[in-house]
Design a protein around this ligand. Sequence first.
Ligand SMILES: CO[C@H](O)c1c[n+]2c([nH]1)[C@H](O)[C@@H](O)[C@H](O)[C@H]2CO
Length: 445
Amino acid sequence: MRKFPEGFIWGTATASYQVEGATREGGRGRSIWDTFAHTPGKVAQGHHGDVACDHYHRYLDDIQLMKDLGISSYRFSIAWPRVMPEKGRVWVKGLDFYKRLIHALLEAGIRPAVTIYHWDLPQWIEDDGGWNSRETVSRFREYSEILFRELGDLVPMWITHNEPWCASILGYGLGAHAPGLCDWRRAYRAAHHLLLSHGHTVRLYRELGLKGEIGITLNLTPVYPASSRPEDVAAAHRQDMFQNRWFLDPVLKGAYPEELLRRVDAVVGGFDAVQPGDLEVISAPIDFLGVNYYSRAVVADDPADPLLGVRHVPGEGPRTEMDWEVYPEGLYDLLSRLRRDYGDVPIYITENGAAYDDRVEGGSVHDTNRIEYLALHFAAAHRFLEEGGNLRGYYVWSLMDNFEWAFGYTKRFGIVYVDYETLARIPKDSYFWYQQVIRDRAIAP
Ligand SMILES: CO[C@H](O)c1c[n+]2c([nH]1)[C@H](O)[C@@H](O)[C@H](O)[C@H]2CO
């Protein structure tokens, strides 16, 4: 058996817009995802989060599932529109659901890990410029201060942002996520303002003297050259800069990659979002780095690509329902690279999991492919730990099937199946497998 260390944190993760529903309850205002999902053609089959998994009303049953599973921590996000539903209005009572949730988690012996922002920006802030506007930085700090003052003594682990790369590139550059804009200049400005708001919030956390830990979650994708040709190796470095170092370097080293700034300036002109002192704020020391890992990228040199001169090449591994290659070695390589290039920063894997075409058969879901995926990735994490890696914990994405953004409910990532007709929860085989791993604190060799 491959034993994990005493005190290793086993968890599961979700996000507010993906599981809560109750989008019109408790004084909640509209988010950019309410707007985006209700815009025809943006989300598969017209799906939206109005009901989702109804976690807002069913959270006690879901916590019982977590308790039976045996996890020691649950990562979830707070919906900003519940706290700031409209311009000029702070609705602290909007936190009442989260206070109930957190108390129930603590009573169940489960450590709450709160993501302050997981993409559901209040629509009124987007109407005021959203992450393209520097004003949103101070609004995020104000929002964070409310959370810290109301929940700071109860919540021991805070994540400022979930994947600012996705929030900026997918939301403002590619238009695939809310707010659905296709403007690279705004995308780069949004990325900077997301990072800046992270830094200010970390500083605030320290100023308030709170005793927990705070960090940020980045989606990180190790990049491999399609061949050993120097052009492909150089292409992989460029993609790594765009995919990973763009966020890792400012947060952990206090500087953007020089070549990225040059390319951004050349393509979008005048990357003027950066002001003196910003990088010092962004690199405020963090207690941990949250890593979301799902798969790798393989790239080749391609002069026709205007920004980076790369083209993606499919890896040769099996694919999940998201058409992502299953590549557990990439998790070990990523963690090892972080340790090599960024020092011994404590790491949590804040998301890892897979979507598969799960079917209910006789009241069960035999998701052996997901068990295989998780077993391989747990083994990669274990190898890193065995080499002295500073890995603190592992949050499986996701506790339950949920709203998978532009894919709606067509992709299932949960270790618990959700019947969207009845909202019944059915633990999958992977739930019971994970339960045993947690009990043994080990995986089979
Ligand atoms: C390349 O995958 C990204 O890192 C990523 C994958 N995922 C995420 N980020 C988001 O944080 C979750 O909200 C998604 O539900 C989840 C599954 O798609």
